[in-house]
Ligand binder design. Structure first.
Ligand code: KG4
Ligand code: ZN
Length: 356
């Protein structure tokens, strides 16, 4: 069985092919340099760039895997949502046309679930698992009882962790995306855990709210005259020590907040066997270390995708599609794209083929 995956939900155009349990090839075109000029993703530009690049990437896949690739495909998996609506539509329209033309099934994949299932790239997830999904648009905690059963225990009420990182990066004039650079610079700084309170802990739920942290960081930078440097002409390592210390503090406060909510989720799901950490922010060095250490103290298996597969990629979409197909699921050809903020319907239909 050969599975094609297509990902166009945000600022990466990505295609990948799995054969049984082997990733044959993944090709990703990142739009980050294009959006960096604007300090964030411009949705209209993202859609246009997906439209410009997607077919070229598929052609490259054919070059790498053989001109007869299309005739060997058994299924197309594509990100259905959540994501930027125009960006999603590009991938979905392409995937539908391909599936229709080749007469093969299609599966619309939940992007967030796919991020978490990519933990299988590092080792086998044992269920029940707890899924911590931290990305640019989402901070979700799920109870996972199988590769296709996700129960949402907590979510972000405003800014996601990645969004908070990126907005604070912008306040400090760091390159885009800020999360990556706050992680890097923080490694050369000393955190002051007393500087900011951990946001939205004064409750008994597993939800998150990071927008106040962004405002607190802004006020701190203004009040203490933290130097805001133009990094275009400067090596990042030459950043002022105050900036490095502030980055270490931001890393610490975000990571500790995520850990506290993880503790609460674990109290709700004491039978958890694996702690899965995924999404773009799962690339964060401190977060990986602390969630790993925490899992060890609880005797729970810890899994995060290799850093290369923390951000958006089609390998995880094809892989999630493969899991769904194996449980006899596929999508009707008229499925809609689901933008951020709307839950994905569980409207799979039965799969017209059974994997040999
Ligand atoms: O999952 P992703 O690639 O896209 C979405 O689906 O949102 O996540 C992108 C987010 C950005 O906010 C970026 O700043 C953050 O992941 N990110 C990081 C790191 N690398 C990427 N945040 C913290 N530390 C990192 N090393
Ligand atoms: Zn993502």
């Amino acid at each position: 069985m050969i599975y094609l995956g297509i990902e166009t939900s945000c600022d990466e155009t990505s295609v990948a092919v799995w054969s049984h349990d082997t990733l044959l090839k993944e090709i990703t075109h990142t739009q980050i340099p294009m959006h960096a000029v604007f300090g964030g993703v411009v949705p209209e530009l993202a859609s246009r760039e997906h439209l410009r690049k997607l077919d070229a990437l598929i052609t490259l896949l054919q070059k790498e895997l053989g001109k007869d690739l299309f005739s060997r495909l058994d299924l197309v998996a594509v990100t259905r949502g959540p994501g930027l609506l125009g960006a999603l539509l590009v991938g979905i329209a392409y995937a539908k046309a391909l599936a229709l033309g080749l007469g093969i099934p299609i599966i619309g994949v939940n992007h967030l679930h796919a991020h978490l299932l990519a933990c299988n790239f590092s080792g086998a997830i044992t269920y029940p698992a707890l899924g911590i999904l931290v990305s640019g648009g989402h901070t979700h905690i799920y109870q996972m009882t199988s590769p296709h059963s996700f129960v949402l225990l907590g979510k972000t009420l405003d800014d996601a962790a990645g969004e908070a990182f990126d907005k604070i990066g912008k306040i400090l004039n760091l390159p885009y995306p800020g999360g990556k650079y706050i992680d890097l610079l923080g490694q050369y700084g000393i955190a002051n855990p007393k500087l900011f309170s951990k946001p939205y802990l004064n409750n008994d739920n597993c939800d998150f709210s990071f927008s106040g942290l962004k405002t607190a960081a802004y006020n701190y930078v203004q009040k203490h005259n933290i130097p805001v440097v133009n990094y275009n002409n400067l090596e990042l390592s030459a950043a002022p020590q105050q900036v490095k210390d502030l980055c270490a503090t931001i890393n610490d406060v975000i990571v500790e907040t995520i850990l506290e909510k993880t503790r609460r989720a674990l109290a709700l799901c004491p039978e958890t066997r694996t702690l899965c950490l995924a999404g773009g922010v799962a690339a964060n060095t401190l977060l990986r270390q602390r969630v790993d250490n925490f899992s060890q103290t609880r005797n729970i298996n810890f899994l995060a995708p290799p850093q290369k597969y923390c951000g958006d990629n089609a390998a995880m979409i094809a892989y999630a599609g493969m899991q769904l197909a194996r449980s006899n699921r596929s999508s009707a050809l008229d499925f809609e794209a689901i933008p951020r903020g709307r839950p994905l319907p569980d409207d799979y239909i039965s799969n017209p083929f059974i994997e040999e």
